[in-house]
Design a protein around this ligand. Sequence first.
Ligand code: UD1
Length: 427
Amino acid sequence: MEEMIEVQGPSAVAGALPVYGAKNSVLKLMAATLLAVGRSTITNVPEIHDVTVMAELLRRLGCDVSYRPAEHEVSIDVPEELGHQADYDLVRAMRASISVLGPLMARCHRAEVALPGGDAIGTRGLDMHRAGLEAMGAQLSIERGFLRASADGGLGGATYRLGYPSVGATENLMTAATTARGVTVLENVAREPEIVDIGRMLREMGARIEGLGTTTLTIHGVPRLSPVTHRTVADRIVAGTWAFAAAVTGGRVEIQGAEPEHLSVVLDKLRCAGCEIDTREGRFVVQGPERPRAINVSTLPYPGFPTDLQPFVVALNAVAEGSGIITENVFEARWGFTAELERLGARVRLDGHHARVDGVPAHELSGAPVEAMDIRAGAALVIAGMAAQGVTEVSGVEHIDRGYEHFVDHLANAGVRVQRRIARGWS
Ligand code: UD1
């Protein structure tokens, strides 16, 4: 039976909200444990559906995985003999499955990973994952929907310059290079906090990586890595989501377990919108204004404004004073959810990778049934529903569950009139 999230607006957020480890880090940390035979443990693991998908993928590769959601911990026992195939059902359910490619190439010297196809936020190329591995001596081909890669005799160090600082390609190439013969230099790499986190774990496992957090990584291959216990970096996108919840609804939140230094551009923009923000180590407080001012935002690779927070800017501008232009530079097709926001009364005009949003007073938005099509858009629709008058019913809850731990419970604990319930069908 389909579930939905029902929010009764207007309903401001007021209270404390927790942040656990980053989805975009933990999935790759789990994949990277494949690099070392033995039991690795990852802590600060969020209780989200994608972790169960990655656990299943690792099990199918031969690992013994124990996921203890209540303890925010996952242990992975990696065998000597690993499988090397990631099937379509899992890759389709979770695109981050592609992140086993680098570890499998390092461990097995071959990998077969189903191609993910497109998703709700656009086509996502793999050309740099492929070209980087080819530079390291791998042969790649596409057969029957799988990307097949092999490197008889193992990968060798190479210099490869990414055409764009792709998060996924940087991670796959960095992990693949850890045990390659010789030195690998990766230029124009991504430097998101999640990449630094993965690089740190690899170092704790014995990898020799220099330049983490900069645009060039130098990796000296080592013969083997050892298992590790590692704490996942805080989820800056969840922290940002809670901050926008306060900004859009004129609420006040204390965000706990976060690393506000990973959000400096975002917090600057929220201050421009009229928020008061008090940052302390490990937590920060956001007080939203009575009515936000519209902001202009361009999404960019880190340290720029994250594309994953773009839908929240649209929601903020929808109720803001004035008009704001949002430019999406990372996933140009990431606008599907704006038609859902228009159902609440938002005024959005799209022009290629730009969106112009003309704000209206929040009481002019009225609740409606809307559909979440991806993780962040779903969360942004719930927040817009908190600002609108009346009931907003958000379907497609499974998308939100992929990336947010107990999203509804946390908001309800912070005073929001929100609940999950079974959708009413036709009778
Ligand atoms: C990751 C995050 C996602 C975030 C994104 C950008 C995970 C699970 N997902 O996605 O939440 O929105 O970073 O911060 O960590 N591209 C190519 N060729 C390639 C690789 C990428 O053309 O070989 C393009 C993609 O189509 C996209 C852009 O580069 O337009 C960014 O992709 P990338 O940085 O790789 O994002 P992901 O790793 O897919």
